[in-house]
Design a protein around this ligand. Structure first.
Ligand code: NAD
Length: 494
């Protein structure tokens, strides 16, 4: 179920979309922003202009909320099968147009577009979530004498969603799928770094005849657009994916406005533990792929590796070779490219600042440590060895192809170190000892744990989300719809 580096879905060779949509999608129509303001997207592969799109402000959020509010009664009154039908039609349309969608992501945030496995995984997720429309149901109880009591699960009404740029379509689907399946209507803001692909999906919504106003898509910045969604008095729930910093701002804005329900999918600093009996032929490529996939721009990337000292040298040598040779880097639009650039100059500078910190503090970097090439925002696959546990590179999310590798000797002690973080998104352990695997899986403080595998391994039917400051709420699985419904108790006296 894990997305692999590439698949054969899209045809090879350069592709050009007929048209790049630059407007907002409100009430089923494409419209310019009220202010008329636009912002530019720079292609991170070559640092050239890629597109310019309309920027939504608070007044555009108001319009989108109005449309979503008007659409809510009819949409929520549809049968679940009808809502499922629309979402399945949308999944089919996305699958048919996946080359265009992936291309638009490649020119805006640099993810290789040919055979984009993340986006095909998104299609699978949407079909799964569409089926969950039929499973939104409550409980019954005979425990009160003279009563049959029941619970109902009902939509919130108008909801908001704010998504990041690293896997735009996947993030979009994780919000749109359960929100619409449960009968809510939605105002979604894409990331200012990658607004293009979800605007292509907006066109597909028109093509499949999704009722007007059910899904509204805005391009814009955290402030003012994201903030206006988080503060809006008529939005009853907001689902956010992004950094801890912005997640905290969203929760604060929700608290200070109408105390709307908030779910958060935030960052990670995921530990991967390698015990002496681990199968290194599996552990090494899994660890390397985890940090190189999507150029390290994954919340679940195994960015802290703890390897037992008895196998540390062998592991390090194998990691050096594997990371250097895994995944051909280059222009995300070229056939054969498996690793693209960082998403933009801001992300590139951010990763470089951690590499400079490592250099300035005399940390060992057995491979990498700098820029790759002279054009585009490429970073070399990098290992930082034996960094102090309290150093910035061990504590903060770098969000690049940069892994920290440290050694350990004792299980209890490495668990303390692995859990000594405010993040808790994903963790993994490689060992052939089943008792140790289960003991460690239980002890790791994370929403997902890989045993003899690591991220991006996940499954549509298992919940995904974070412990501690990695988030609040779950996506995917039968639990996803719970977070998009209000619960009501109904007491029926007989
Ligand atoms: P970000 O927090 O900078 O931005 C995310 C979104 O929030 C964007 O749409 C942005 O415009 C918006 N935003 C920013 N400030 C805001 C504010 N004050 N109010 C409302 N909205 C605001 O994150 P990013 O750089 O886009 O994405 C990378 C981060 O996302 C990483 O930390 C990564 O770990 C995390 N992430 C988490 C998951 C997950 O499922 N847990 C998945 C992907 C990415």
């Amino acid at each position: 179920m894990a997305p692999s580096a590439t698949s054969d879905i899209a045809p090879e060779g350069e592709y050009k979309p007929k048209h790049i949509e630059d407007r907002l999608f409100i009430n089923g129509e494409f419209v310019p922003s009220i202010s008329g303001k636009k912002f530019d997207i720079v292609n991170p592969n070559n640092e050239k202009f890629a597109a310019s799109v309309y920027e939504a402000g608070a007044e555009d959020v108001d319009l989108a909320v109005k449309a979503a509010k008007e659409a809510f009664p009819a949409w929520s009154a549809l049968s679940a099968t009808d809502r499922q039908g629309y979402l399945n039609k949308l999944a089919d349309a996305i699958e048919k147009n996946v080359t265009e969608i992936s291309y638009l992501e490649a020119i805006s945030m640099g993810k290789p577009y040919i055979g984009d496995a993340f986006n095909m995984f998104g299609v699978q997720i949407l079909r799964y979530l569409a089926s969950k429309a039929l499973d939104v149901s409550g409980d019954s109880s005979l425990n009160t004498v003279g009563h049959v009591n029941i619970t109902l699960r009902q939509p919130f009404g108008v909801c908001g969603a704010i998504i990041p740029w690293n896997v735009p379509l996947l993030m979009f689907i994780n919000k749109v799928g359960p929100a619409l399946a449960t009968g809510n209507t939605l105002v979604l803001k894409s990331s200012e770094k990658s607004p293009l692909s979800v605007l292509a999906v907006a066109r597909l919504c028109q093509e499949i005849g999704l009722p007007k106003g059910v899904l509204n898509i805005l391009s814009g910045f955290g402030r003012p657009c994201g903030e206006a969604i988080a503060k809006h008095m008529e939005i009853r729930k907001v689902s956010f994916t992004g950094s801890v910093l912005a997640g905290r701002a969203v929760k604060k804005a929700a608290a200070e406005s109408n105390l709307k329900n908030v779910t958060l999918e935030l960052g990670g600093k995921s530990p991967l533990l390698v015990f002496p009996d681990a199968d290194l032929a599996k552990a090494v490529p899994a660890a390397a792929f985890s940090i190189l996939a999507n150029s390290g721009q994954a919340c679940i990337a195994s960015s802290r590796v703890y390897v037992h000292s008895s196998i540390a040298d062998e592991f390090m040598e194998a990691m050096k070779t594997t990371m250097v040779h895994m995944g051909k880097s280059g222009d995300a639009l070229k056939a054969g490219t498996q690793r693209g650039p960082q998403a933009d100059k801001i992300q590139f500078d951010r990763v470089m600042s951690y590499l400079n910190y490592a250099k300035d503090n005399g940390l060992k970097m057995p491979i990498g440590g700098g820029r790759e090439g002279n054009t585009g925002y490429f970073i070399e696959p990098t290992i930082i060895a034996n960094a102090p546990e309290d150093s910035k590179v061990m504590k903060e999310e770098i969000f690049g192809p940069v892994v920290c590798i440290n050694t350990f000797t004792d299980e209890a002690e490495v668990l303390d170190r692995a859990n000594d973080t405010e993040f808790g998104l994903y963790a993994s352990v490689f060992t052939k000892d089943i008792s140790r695997a289960m003991r460690v899986a239980k002890a790791l403080e994370a929403g997902s744990v890989g045993v003899n595998c690591t991220s991006p391994t996940m499954a549509v039917d298992l919940p995904f989300g974070g412990w501690k400051q990695s988030g609040d709420g779950r996506e995917l699985s039968k639990y996803a719809t719970d977070f998009w419904t209000e619960l009501k108790s109904v007491f029926i006296a007989l």
